[in-house]
Design a protein around this ligand. Sequence first.
Ligand SMILES: *[C@@H]1O[C@H](CO)[C@@H](O)[C@H](O)[C@H]1NC(C)=O
Ligand SMILES: *[C@@H]1O[C@H](CO)[C@@H](O)[C@H](O)[C@H]1NC(C)=O
Ligand SMILES: *[C@@H]1O[C@H](CO)[C@@H](O)[C@H](O)[C@H]1NC(C)=O
Ligand SMILES: *[C@@H]1O[C@H](CO)[C@@H](O)[C@H](O)[C@H]1NC(C)=O
Length: 359
Amino acid sequence: MIWSGFALTALIALFAQNALTQTGSAKGSDFLRFACSQLVIERTDPLVNPGVIPSSHMHQVVGGSSFNATMDPAVIDPSTTSSCTSCKMSEDFSNYWTASIFFQSPENGTFIRVPQMANGRLNGSLMEQQGGLTVYYMHAFSGTNKNVTVFPRGFRMLAGDPTLRTKQSGPVTICHRCLAKNERTSGGSGAPCSSTDYASFPPKPCPGGIRATVIFPSCWDGKNLDSPDHRTHVTYQPGSALAGDKCPSTHPVRIPQVMYEIMYDTSGFADPKYYTNGKQPLVYSFGDPLGYGAHGDYLFGWKDGALQRAMDALGTNCFSETCPVLKLQSWENTVACTKAQQAKENTGTDTCMYALSVL
Ligand SMILES: *[C@@H]1O[C@H](CO)[C@@H](O)[C@H](O)[C@H]1NC(C)=O
Ligand SMILES: *[C@@H]1O[C@H](CO)[C@@H](O)[C@H](O)[C@H]1NC(C)=O
Ligand SMILES: *[C@@H]1O[C@H](CO)[C@@H](O)[C@H](O)[C@H]1NC(C)=O
Ligand SMILES: *[C@@H]1O[C@H](CO)[C@@H](O)[C@H](O)[C@H]1NC(C)=O
């Protein structure tokens, strides 16, 4: 429970900042938050490289077991084609995926995949011992207007841009927090993507791990399930990473704001000798040695009505993982939901030969 308090304080602090730039009524935020265990680690990407096996780079995937190299929205409905989900919310067969991080040894050039670890902030009731990530569906509101429209079937989107190699102007929506050794269990506190977080990889050793945050847009054009770049059918509220209730006229529909937290266990790669002369040894699986290209992919797959039910109950009868209008599955069933690789590859924490070829 203490961890819920931390996160809530963090978000309220951030929304309070947003409120300073807006005029008007009371502000607040609520969220659904739950753990998802690892479904598979492999090089497939039904959003950006549909049908391509292997896809351009390695991903760590969670959610519905119908995840596949091809997921045509006209054909596949994850809520009926999945046999299980690796998320604690048993009506959620969405897929959530991000890139892996490798340590490239400055000594011999080889790559070792940085393991993922439990999100300590959720530890106790929720554990991601099999990697995975933490999912948030956030809902900011102003005054009494709590309306939010849940994604239609077939909806998908991407946050971030794998081609970025510099810091962008404007609000930071994707970031890395460097955890000190004693923050390993807490997962760090405070607002996501605050001024002490990095858009790049942290330029220093992180003995307690790195908490990567991916904040998705909160406004939708109301028409398109996807767009050619997987981004332009959605947008952030102008000037703000986290949602308020001021969507622009081009994207007037307020959608739940999806956020991921991914914990990378960098404790084994924190020797200060790897962080000299402005260098750091981490590299994303898509060949980004700086970290600015971090991104996340989302493919909606909740059972009919379930997410809307939860969003409508936020603030009264639903918060974080305690949400009686939804069904939780046991931790054992959550971690038991895994999927065989389609793109066969060694993804252990051993040397990853593939990474050598993308760089
Ligand atoms: C993935 O897609 C292929 C081709 O459409 C299909 O044969 C296969 O059964 C699918 N796998 C899963 C797990 O749905
Ligand atoms: C390369 O160096 C890293 C440490 O930087 C070490 O962990 C790894 O075992 C080495 N690999 C080989 C093949 O020598
Ligand atoms: C909320 O949505 C309902 C149904 O779509 C609509 O009737 C109502 O006017 C909306 N309320 C606000 C404050 O936008
Ligand atoms: C989470 O809790 C388990 C047991 O309660 C513990 O073994 C594990 O180290 C914890 N994980 C973290 C990241 O603190």
